[in-house]
Design a protein around this ligand. Structure first.
Ligand SMILES: NC(=O)c1ccc[n+]([C@@H]2O[C@H](COP(=O)([O-])OP(=O)(O)OC[C@H]3O[C@@H](n4cnc5c(N)ncnc54)[C@H](OP(=O)(O)O)[C@@H]3O)[C@@H](O)[C@H]2O)c1
Length: 270
């Protein structure tokens, strides 16, 4: 089951899992896009069922809304792997961001990763096979990147949550061995969201998702590809060793420049 799956990394997960024989349920906002990719994935994998649900995840904000929308869906299918991939980040300083932008980042990045994970774990403890639960965070979780603070913070939240949940799941006799909870932290991947082409340290979506899937059950934190593993290590090393006044200043300049560049092209998000 893939979330936010009609494009980018989410679609890559769906293609890879369909190839491995999983039935696929994709969720995103656009009926038209979903119909097109559903046909594409189905045509390439005729022995599995590829279906979709149209839902703007940014419009759901309470646990009750998630239960009302997805409880029945979860109960009607056997969920082997849940991928919480939805995410958005607006650029701008804390003061510049509008309340609406701030709210949208929180709602889309955090709620589904929190509520759907909990909902699935509560209903799957009697399942015989292991269940995989993945959330897509970002390497930007490793620092409170100025002018991208909300994005960084929401990704940090997911990283902490999934590490904690995986620890508890393995420590609790009721859930031990039943769940593999993983947080995937990519650097730039070539997608519409990043507006980057494949290149040095920028993998295509299939390579990225394939790497993260290979780590499922082996690592609670995955970087997908070795370049991103090294980048993650580098960011952690730099923020630990370089004084905050220097690294913060450099990243602030970079964040501001990115913001100006994006806004001048009419984009508001990363
Ligand atoms: N690409 C990168 O460089 C990069 C790096 C680090 C982390 N990430 C993270 O990876 C995840 C996926 O990013 P991506 O680059 O693959 O994005 P993408 O190429 O823009 O794909 C976005 C997908 O999400 C769907 N979507 C967008 N808003 C939605 C909403 N409100 N509700 C439901 N579905 C929604 C889109 O379909 P519809 O438009 O039809 O809804 C589309 O299928 C995000 O969490 C992002 O933060 C990406």
């Amino acid at each position: 089951m893939g979330k936010r799956a009609s494009d980018g990394i989410g679609l890559a997960y769906c293609k890879l899992l369909a190839k491995q024989g999983f039935n696929i349920l994709m969720i995103s906002r656009s009926d038209e896009k979903l119909k097109t990719v559903q046909k594409e994935v189905q045509a390439q994998n005729q022995d599995v069922i590829v279906s979709y649900e149209v839902q703007d995840l940014g419009k759901l904000s309470t646990y009750k809304e998630y239960v009302d929308r997805f409880q029945k869906v979860f109960q009607s299918i056997d969920v082997g792997i849940l991928i919480n991939n939805a995410g958005i980040g607006f650029t701008g300083s804390y003061l510049q961001m509008t309340y609406e932008e701030a709210e949208a980042v929180f709602a889309l990045n955090n709620f589904h990763a929190t509520y759907l994970c909990k909902m699935l774990m509560s209903t799957q403890t009697s399942r015989n096979e292991r269940t995989g639960i993945i959330a897509v965070a970002s390497l930007m979780a490793y620092y409170h990147f100025p002018w991208h603070i909300y994005y960084s913070c929401t990704k940090r939240f997911i990283e902490y949550l999934y590490q904690g949940v995986n620890f508890e799941a393995q420590a609790d006799i009721r859930t031990k061995g039943k769940f593999d909870v993983q947080c995937y932290l990519p650097g730039f991947v070539a997608t519409k969201l990043s507006r980057k082409e494949v290149g040095f340290t920028i993998p295509d979506t299939i390579t990225a998702a394939e790497g993260a899937l290979k780590d499922l059950g082996r690592r609670e934190i995955s970087y997908g590809v070795i370049d991103h593993h090294i980048l993650g290590w580098l960011i952690k090393f730099l923020v630990k060793t370089i004084p905050e006044s220097i690294i913060g200043f450099i990243l602030m300049k970079e964040g501001e420049a990115t913001h100006k560049k994006l806004r001048s092209k009419g984009y508001s998000f990363i």
